[in-house]
Structures are given as C-alpha cells and as structure tokens.
Design a protein around this ligand. Sequence first.
Ligand code: GDP
Ligand code: CA
Length: 310
Amino acid sequence: MRAVALAGGVGGARLAHGLQRVLAPGELVVVVNVADDLERHGLVVSPDQDTVLYTLAGLADRERGWGLAGETWSALDQLGRLGEETWFAIGDRDLALHVVRTARLRAGARPTEVALELAARLGVPSRILPVTDDTIRTRVRTPDGWLDFQDYFVRLRCEPEVLEVTVDGAARARPTPEVLASLATAERIVVCPSNPVVSIGPIMAVPGMPAAVRAARDRGVPVVAVSPIVAGRALRGPADRMLVSLGGQASVVEVARRYVDLADILVIDEADAGLAGQVAATGIRPLVAPTVMTDDAARAELARAVLAAA
Ligand code: GDP
Ligand code: CA
C-alpha cells in the first residue's frame, strides 16, 4: 500500500517509523516540514528532516528526541571556544550530515535530491521529501515581538507565549514534483501526530498542497490524522500551550477543528474516548486507539491501526 505521511520532527518520526515497519520497502513517502530549517556555522540544518532521517535509519537518540544515539560534543565545545554561539547544539557525528548537505546544495543540487541521497546512504527504505525546494521559514509573534522559529524553540526553550504564527515565503513556494507525484499515486495519506500549528501548518501552507490532498480524497484516498494532543497535553513540546495562546483549547476537539478540511479521520487516544462525540460533531470521524508510541511495537501497532482505518 503506497502511503504518504506528513511529518514534523519527533511525533512525525515516531509514526513514520511505525509505518516503515509495517509497509513493504519503498511504499512509504514522508513529506517533511522545512519551515524549521536554519543556517548554523554556515551549514544548512533541517531539524525535522533530520529527526525523521535518523529515526527511519534506526540511528536516532530515543530519549532526546533529536540527533544521533551515542553522540559526542567535542566540535560544539570547540565552536564555543572559538566564540560561536552554541545554543543550537550540533553533535560531532550529526555535523557530518550538515557538512555533506551544505556541500551538495552549494554545488547546485536541489534540497529534494540531497534528501533522497542522504536517506539512501543511511540505508533508509523510505523516501523522505521536503515539502518544497523553496525557502520557507516559520516565525512566531510573542509578547516581545517576532522571533525566528529556532530562536523561540531552542534558544528560548519555547518559554514565550505564541500569539501569532506566520510562514515567511510560503506564498511564493511550490510543492516539489516529487511530492505532487507521491500524492497523485498515494493509497493512504497520514497526518502524523506532529504539532498542528508549526509542523503540519507550514506543510499545508505551501500553495498547491491543500488541492493535491483534496484531489487524492476525491479519488477515494482516505486521509487519516493522529492527534498529538493526548488527555489535554502534548507529549512533548509546546503544541498544547500554543493551541491555547492562539485562542483555542488543548484538546483533541481543537485538533479536529484544525483538520476538518484536511482529514477524514482523526485517531484519538483511549484517554480521550469521552471526546469522540465532540470530535464527530466537527465533521471529522473519530477513531479511538492507543496512540502513545512508547516503543517500536507501539509505533507499529498505531501504524497498522492508521492504515486499516477507513
Ligand atoms: P517537532 O518538530 O520535533 O516539534 O515534532 P512534531 O511536530 O513532529 O511532533 C510534536 C508533537 O508530537 C507533540 O505535540 C507531541 O505531543 C507529539 N507526540 C510525540 N510523541 C507522540 C506519541 O507517541 N503519540 C502521540 N499521539 N503524539 C506524540
Ligand atoms: Ca519541528
């Protein structure tokens, strides 16, 4: 079954990993958010893509939620000694990925080509596709003004309240031909339990993405989303606080409201079974299942439930 998953970082990577385990090699395409990307020390870093890449390659640090397992930090120490800002931590082995990516991009390769090459070199049996080859950047408005996303997310550890979110460059961006071709032949579209505002939001803010997903639905392809909010909380990161500071609630009902035009089905956790009626009232069909991916088996089990839905 050909499946396309829309993913941010940690929540996206976990379900993508489950999907990769239950699908045949080559059947999974993961379309990743690139609005979190940044340059550090002259290198191009793509945090959501890299979390998905390392997770699908079996190399991710499972506790931290980003970067490589068994990482060391000598280069970062030395960068600090050289007077560089080191709030965005890049491990020694992780650094190699950014060096290779940056070199390939400077030589003229498209971001999509580089993403495909990197995944192939790390033995990943799925395709990881940036949603766009254009530059898009999430910015957030806080009580102290507008911030670049990683300033908010990493340097300020998500502490400021987010009052508004924008995706710079989105209006001029286009989905890649590879993304459009995958959606055109998909048999399932999965919206991973990623942050609806700053992971799935920027993917769908690329003009042409809503229409491409709509065209698939019109062909009868079910779009199944998984809620990143469980029992009123995000399992990690600021999604719950963001939904509230943007004027909504931290609940699966709010996720359903945000996804009514995108998805047919919303998978909600057993802890939220009592809200299934309110989810249904938004116009999206609820499906109750265990959604907390504590280990590989739980990832695969949720992936199976998602693919069997509809
Ligand atoms: P980021 O880009 O690294 O912030 O990651 P994502 O946007 O992909 O994912 C962040 C969201 O993943 C958070 O809102 C978490 O609640 C959610 N998440 C992480 N692990 C799980 C899980 O096991 N199950 C569910 N349902 N959500 C999860
Ligand atoms: Ca992210």
